[in-house]
Write a protein that binds this ligand. Structure first.
Ligand code: FAD
Ligand code: DLZ
Ligand code: SF4
Length: 508
């Protein structure tokens, strides 16, 4: 009797644990494009097209390798609309005795599989470096779950950038060298653009017909959709982008959407690239003298540090994590996040590039769109749903700790010891956005004052009782207290006026 082997849209790896447990001669691989997954948030059309095209190509590769694959396309008239529905349908069709599944990356789907009336063997996702048990053991009894300590354990475990038991270069972290504004011409030509082949074209037609109303531009579609193409993007970026990745990691520019970023998260998260192998290839570039330590260490820390840490937090904190709202923020997400007009150049640029590419880099996500939502007091659950929908690399295991934890401080300080908030001065230092903005970043009050300047103080004063005693924030409260009383009143009044105009739907 055969078993069903579930392969989800973000599990497209030959070495997936469920495939390794399977018997190629008897078992049936089940893959399905389903309405439930394609619409639990209004995903960006490029994200849906990427996942469907990569799924179809992965299914073809499995068939070539000798697997029996039962694949359901979205427009199949028998499509039941859900992953569990498809498993039940295929169980009957193949008289299967049970399902083997690699643990999905979202509680929602884990719970749905567990409730299904079929025998289920859910196994670990071995594409990650730290297992849940390892992360739990690391977290056990710690007062603070600081990423940096976890990261050092991951360096020791993987042996990446290690000389025996010592870090290469004599330091674990070279981040202080990585904060340069982009003042020079960018020499990286950006991600490779892959022309649409027949499989991609067919998917684009389907997605265009079914998801045209979702926020986001489908064409031109340039993503890699199989592991060979994803490897080409990795090689291209190691060659051209990696050497300066560290220096300009936090920079933002009007005319350059990608700077030196790798644009690899789509591919790693979907399974087209293995995170450890990516890091090994990046380390090799350092050992060959092609890239400096600050770039290589910085990149490897993002993957074996932040990426693994975020996953650890998501599974440690449990299914209610996305509902957390420590700062009790209740505002609706302003229409400008869905492309509505705004005079704030930084926000307009970050949203427009998100709409076009289903991509924005880390500092745009954290210090522009995330910062604004936090300062303005937007309900973190709305912010979470937006990020989950609009980025092609977004699955809850990685998106939620970044948004609920790092960006919105809605988990009360598990991920970040202080909220990531800043006035316009930070954006001005790290970008050229302010030069062409309708607002004036140097104005602290008045009709032209940068909204980030107004809202920054408004946020700090709203939450004074909570943050005044935070050792990393005390200085800001002392600065406020030294300000002239009338000026303080004007700042808060102007901030209130701005928020009222935003609530009324004005193009702020
Ligand atoms: P690079 O800048 O080239 O970084 C290299 C790699 O490091 C990335 O590909 C990614 O795999 C990893 N990485 C870097 N930072 C993080 C991080 N904080 N968490 C996890 N991995 C990281 N990343 C996602 O993969 N999915 C998300 O849904 C997501 N949502 C985010 C939401 C917010 C509010 C913030 C602040 C960050 C979010 N990130 C998310 C992290 C980060 O912004 C993206 O991984 C990165 O921008 C992807 O682009 P890149 O591949 O060019 O990354
Ligand atoms: C994101 C996504 C989308 C849009 N569509 C599908 C799909 O039709 N079939 C599928 O197997 N997976 C899809 N995915 C990815 C899943 O939502 C993802 O596996 C879960 O959210 C767990 O991370
Ligand atoms: Fe953004 Fe303020 Fe600069 Fe305008 S002035 S781009 S709103 S930070």
């Amino acid at each position: 009797m055969s078993r069903l082997i579930l392969v989800l849209g973000d599990q497209l790896s030959d070495r997936l644990s469920a495939l390794q447990k399977a018997d190629e001669s008897k078992d049936v691989v089940v893959m399905a494009e389903v309405a439930d997954e394609a619409s639990y948030v209004p995903h960006h059309p490029k994200k849906i097209a990427f996942i469907f095209a990569a799924m179809r190509k992965f299914a073809a590769q499995l068939r070539d390798d000798g697997w029996k694959v039962a694949y359901t396309t979205l427009d199949d008239p028998d499509n039941s609309g859900s992953i569990t529905g498809e498993l039940l349908r295929r169980a009957e069709e193949f008289a299967a005795k049970g399902v083997i599944a690699t643990e999905p990356g979202e509680w929602r789907l884990i719970e749905a599989l567990q409730e299904m009336p079929l025998k289920l063997h859910m196994i670990k996702d071995t594409r990650f470096i730290a297992s849940h048990a390892e992360f739990e053991a690391w977290a056990e009894g710690r007062k603070e779950l600081r990423m940096e300590w976890f990261y050092r354990d991951m360096r020791r475990k993987t042996g990446l950038l290690m000389d025996g038991d010592k870090p290469v270069g004599g330091k674990w972290n070279f981040d202080h060298e990585n904060r340069k504004p982009a003042s020079e011409e960018i020499t990286f030509s950006g991600p490779m653009q892959f022309p649409a082949d027949d499989v991609v074209e067919e998917v684009l037609t389907l997605v265009d017909a079914k998801f045209r109303r979702n926020f986001g531009t489908l064409r031109p579609f340039w993503f890699a959709t199989d592991k060979d193409q994803a490897q080409q993007q990795l090689d291209h970026w190691i060659r051209e982008g990696l050497p300066k990745f560290g220096d300009y990691q936090d920079a933002m520019l009007n005319e350059n959407r990608f700077l030196y970023h790798s644009i690899l998260s789509f591919y790693i998260n979907a399974g087209l690239l293995d995170p450890l192998e990516v890091c090994q290839q990046v380390e090799q570039a350092y050992r060959d003298g092609h890239a400096p330590i600050n770039a290589v260490e910085g990149f490897i820390r993002q993957i074996i540090g932040w990426r693994e840490y975020m996953r650890g937090i998501y599974f440690l904190e449990g299914p209610d994590y996305t509902a957390r709202n420590a700062l009790e923020h209740t505002r609706d997400l302003p229409a400008l996040y869905w492309g509505g007009a705004t005079k704030m150049n930084c926000m307009a640029k970050a949203v427009a590039q998100t709409e076009a590419e289903a991509y924005a880099h880390h500092i745009q996500r954290l210090m522009v769109t995330g910062n604004f939502a936090l300062l303005a007091g937007v309900d973190p659950n709305h912010v979470h749903e937006w990020y989950l929908a609009v980025y092609a690399d977004a699955y809850e295991w990685v998106e939620a700790p970044n948004v609920i934890g790092m960006s919105q401080w809605a988990d009360g300080g598990i991920v970040g010891s202080k909220p990531y908030v800043s006035s316009g001065a930070y954006i001005d230092r790290m970008s050229d956005y302010c030069k062409t903005c309708a607002y004036k970043v140097k104005d602290k009050t008045g009709p032209d004052a940068c909204p980030f300047n107004l809202l920054y103080w408004h946020f700090l004063i709203r939450h004074r009782a909570r943050f005044e005693t935070n050792p990393r924030m005390g200085n800001m409260y002392r600065t406020w207290d030294r300000m002239d009383g009338t000026r303080r009143e004007t700042v808060l009044k102007d901030a209130e006026k701005f928020l009222d105009r935003m609530e009324c739907g004005e193009a702020i």
